[in-house]
Design a protein around this ligand. Structure first.
Ligand SMILES: [Zn+2]
Ligand SMILES: [Zn+2]
Length: 358
């Protein structure tokens, strides 16, 4: 098996060097930057093995390979894919055996090769019922918003969506319900309004979910994300969602349950737009809510229905960062690169302070 594998690896390395010729396209110089997208629209898909010139049948079944051989093969197959601008989207920590089988199985699937840009190849469609990966490895089950999930089990960095934040809120809300967490006195003034707002926001989530404009085909989705990325304008969250910033009450006018419930549905709304928000780890929920509400018509994102976009309100500077002391962006400040001493803290720069009501 050893010699067979090293031959196969040599073939893959050879294939990685002999890419197909750039297709001839009549492109002006200005349009050359769109080459990948235009190629994508004009090239016929072919089974991956035809692009590579290496048949799926050449790959031994996973059970014939040792763990080390599997790891080596996975590394080499991914190198080959990347040489052809195919980027496999795989769950973190997936065992080599499953990764190998997943990649090899794809060799007879039709794909479009582009000379420029990257084609993301997703195997999971975020539908746990039809997920090709064992459930302990794939994040798609988190989309189901499992109420029983313990927030401690999550690594926030691994989540591609806001499920980590939502899980924290769910946990706190159920602890309040069980009286484990102290809760501020109920503010009833806005009860009706807040309930209506939560209903409206949930409606916006469902409406977006049911928009049929996301193609089913994974290859088309990848190409669209390229086009979105190039052509899509930046929008505020207000423009993107059509929900005015003025509908959000100040957090001091709501109680902790209401603030958490509104924040939770806002995070779900970001999820359906594939926007992942970054908060400092210890940031209290009312800060999370208030920064999001305040930045609703200030921060700009791209509407990328396929790849999504990130939201991070941290400005990188403690003077302007809305997360204030909760953010670690101030930490680098102790590294003064020049010889000048840090500016003494004077009373008169208090105007620069962020006006946070808490
Ligand atoms: Zn999955
Ligand atoms: Zn910051």
């Amino acid at each position: 098996m050893k010699t067979y594998i090293s031959h196969l690896i040599e073939d893959m390395q050879q294939a990685a060097k002999s890419l197909p010729a750039k297709p001839y396209l009549e492109l002006s110089e200005d349009d050359e930057c769109l080459r990948g997208v235009i190629e994508y629209e004009s090239i016929e898909p072919k089974p991956m093995q035809e692009w590579f010139g290496i048949e799926k049948a050449n790959f031994p079944p996973a059970e014939k390979l040792s763990n080390d051989e599997l790891k080596l093969m996975v590394k080499e197959i991914i190198k080959l894919w990347k040489a052809y601008n195919f980027d496999p989207v795989l769950p973190k920590n997936l065992p080599a055996r499953i990764t190998y089988q997943t990649l090899v199985n794809y060799f007879d699937k039709p794909v479009i090769w582009v000379s420029e840009g990257i084609i993301g190849v997703e195997f999971c469609e975020y539908d746990p019922q039809n997920c090709p990966f064992p459930s302990e490895y794939c994040m798609c089950k988190d989309f189901e918003n499992d109420f029983n999930t313990d927030a401690d089990d999550f690594e926030p960095g691994l989540c591609i969506d806001n499920s980590y934040e939502i899980t924290i809120l769910d946990k706190e809300l159920s602890e309040i319900a069980e009286n484990k967490l102290p809760e501020a006195p109920i503010v009833n003034k806005l009860e009706k309004y807040v309930n209506q707002l939560i209903g409206d926001l949930n409606f916006a989530v469902e409406k977006r979910k049911n928009q049929p404009n996301i193609p089913d085909n994974i290859e088309i989705r990848s190409a669209n994300s390229l086009i979105d990325l190039i052509k899509g304008p930046f929008k505020t969250l207000e423009d993107l969602t059509g929900i005015s910033q003025s509908v959000f009450p100040d957090h001091i006018d709501m109680n902790g349950i209401q603030t958490r419930e509104v924040l939770k549905v806002l995070l779900k709304l970001l999820d359906v737009y594939k926007l992942k928000i970054y908060y400092p780890k210890e940031l209290p929920f009312e800060f999370k809510y208030q920064t999001l509400a305040d930045e609703w018509n200030e921060c700009y994102v791209k509407d990328l229905p396929d790849s999504g976009d990130d939201i991070d309100f941290c400005t990188g500077e403690p003077q302007t960062c809305p997360f204030g002391e909760y953010c670690d962006c101030g930490d680098n400040d102790f590294d003064f690169s020049d010889d000048e001493p840090p500016e003494p803290d004077t009373e008169n720069n208090s105007e620069k302070d962020i006006d946070m009501p808490f």
